[in-house]
Write a protein that binds this ligand. Structure first.
Ligand code: HEM
Length: 502
């Protein structure tokens, strides 16, 4: 035993030295952005960053300006904070920045999925075929059917649905949209009651995984939590296995198309299940939380609620739902709701906070800023954009940026407003809730349709109110900055009931 102690000690020192030395010796070279390695070797600023990325980056921007390189857990991230300089990064005409490499590492860790080099292109072409145009119409119908099933039950409206129910608004939105979204993408069995129970169980576990997710990505879980994540991953791999899928009706063409592609590439059944898990996550992780913020803002801003209700009545007519009926909906109305469109755009501006990451391919790659200044970047470093801070919260682009203004994206004549300026220059990227460029969310049109459908059903068929109308809008859970839609630090109680039959 005594012999092993020095050997282990030497091994440990070797590992520490291997990890820390490159960081210790790295110095800013001429023409590189300001370098801030933080006080702790290898970790750099990782702890402050993970604790509250938004506040931390604000401090870094105040200290270094619009471009700076940070050491975070052994890697170097160059943050670009000037949105007028985003164009060349997002277009990346010379293919010097790589989205796929980082994404592949992440999905292997989180979902156990070993990505193929063609996946990114395949997912985007499947989505162009099946999540837009005619494919979207089909999915809208399927989503209406699923929302009816989840909100009214398998037999349509029952007499007791006009009673008041109380719930957490976040839980209600996430739970309802998750179950409906999951069923419309992954299909049904013949037994609808059982489908609902299974979807409920799936949501409970999805939520457990979701709560662990930010610390899992940052490798900050305790031993018990690691085991729990492993169990949850196995559960999802099993429940979303292709053999289960084959027993179902109405599996969406989007999912079928992508699985067919994987089969043709020789991907085995176990890996296809992991792919399904990844798609469940991508398709359901943000819709519920975004709809929560939208409904909460409407409940806190009666003038906005009234404008949305008036518009809904105008395009859909008075809501009517008799006993044993499911929701009926005129889908063409989704194209004629500028007020609701503005509400959702404003909600996404306030609530969607992804980080966009690209790995630098070559040494001495040039980063050209709008000011004309050029910086050199090193191979393997990561270029990072955090548009929530640098675009969506910029008071120059969006005056009073923290305030919800339901008509911020409406012109005085009621059409969609697309003209926004920074320092007097018209800005192309004035909100970026879906990311941009090669990695832009391919499900954004479906996401908007689903959220519009849900909000329209809620405001036309239901009475809703906050249990405490004076309850403030909760703060954002700071651990979730950088991971898509933010979540509240705590839930908000509300009441709802189906409007009585007329
Ligand atoms: C409010 C809802 C949603 C928001 C805010 C959202 C946002 C995003 C963001 C920010 C990204 C990553 C961009 C990046 O890494 O640069 C993304 C990726 C993705 N989203 Fe969404 N999304 C939503 C809903 C959906 C839906 C409904 C689907 C599918 C039905 C979907 C499918 C995907 C997929 C497959 C990717 C990965 C794309 C790739 O690998 O290039 N999303 N989404």
């Amino acid at each position: 035993m005594a012999l092993w102690v020095p050997v282990l000690g030497a091994l440990l020192m070797f590992i520490v030295a291997y990890l820390c030395l490159p960081g210790l010796f790295r110095q800013r070279r001429p023409q590189e952005p300001p370098l801030d390695k933080g006080a702790v070797p290898w970790l750099g600023h990782a702890m402050a960053f993970r604790k509250n990325m938004f506040e931390f980056l604000k401090r870094m921007q105040a200290k270094h300006g619009d471009v700076f390189t940070l050491q975070l857990g052994g890697r170097y991230f160059t943050f670009v904070m000037d949105p007028l300089s985003f164009g060349p990064i997002l277009r990346d005409a010379q293919r010097k920045l790589d989205f796929v490499q980082y994404a592949r590492e992440l999905v292997l860790k989180v979902f156990g999925y070993q990505a193929l080099p063609e996946d990114n292109r395949m997912i985007h072409s499947a989505s162009a075929k099946h999540l837009m145009g005619d494919g979207l119409q089909e999915l809208n119908k399927s989503m209406l059917h699923s929302l009816s099933l989840v909100m009214l039950g398998p037999n349509g409206r029952s007499p007791d649905t006009s009673c008041w129910h109380e719930d957490g608004l976040f839980h209600f939105c996430y739970n309802t949209l998750f179950k409906a979204g999951y069923l419309s993408l992954f299909g049904y069995t013949k037994d609808k009651e059982q489908d609902l129970l299974q979807a409920e169980d799936l949501f409970a576990r999805f939520r457990k995984f979701d709560l662990l997710f930010p610390r899992f990505v940052y490798s900050l879980l305790g031993p018990q939590e690691w085991l729990e994540v492993g169990r949850l991953q196995s559960f999802f791999h099993k429940r979303l296995s292709v053999s289960h899928s084959l027993e179902k009706d109405g599996i969406s063409k989007w999912i079928s198309y992508m699985l067919q592609f994987l089969r043709e590439q020789g991907v085995d059944a176990a890996m296809q299940s992991k792919f399904n898990f990844m798609m469940l996550w991508a398709s359901q992780g943000n819709i519920g939380p975004t709809s929560f913020w939208a409904l909460l803002f409407l409940l806190k801003h009666p003038e906005a609620m009234q404008a949305v209700r008036e518009e809904a009545t105008h395009v859909l007519g008075e809501a009517r739902l008799e006993a044993k009926q499911s929701f009926v909906f005129e889908f063409s109305a989704l194209q004629h709701t500028p007020v609701l469109d503005s509400v959702l755009e404003e909600t996404l501006r306030l609530a969607s906070a992804p980080t966009l990451l690209r790995v630098v391919h070559d040494d001495n790659s040039i980063l050209k800023m709008a000011s004309g200044r050029e910086y050199l970047l090193r191979r393997g470093d990561i270029v990072a954009l955090f548009p929530y801070l640098s675009v969506q919260m910029d008071p120059d682009i969006h005056p009073e940026p923290t305030v919800f203004k339901y008509n911020r994206f409406l012109n005085p004549n009621g059409s969609r407003k697309v003209d926004f300026y920074k320092a007097g220059t018209k800005i192309h990227h004035y909100t970026m809730p879906w990311g941009w460029g090669v990695s832009i969310c391919p499900g954004r049109f479906l996401a908007l349709s689903e959220m519009k459908l849900f909000v329209l059903l809620m405001v036309t068929h239901f009475d809703l109110e906050l249990v405490d109308p004076n309850t403030p809008v909760p703060a954002v859970d700071p651990k979730r900055w950088g991971f898509g839609t933010t979540q509240p630090s705590h839930d908000v109680r509300f009441r709802y009931r189906l409007q009585p039959m007329k």
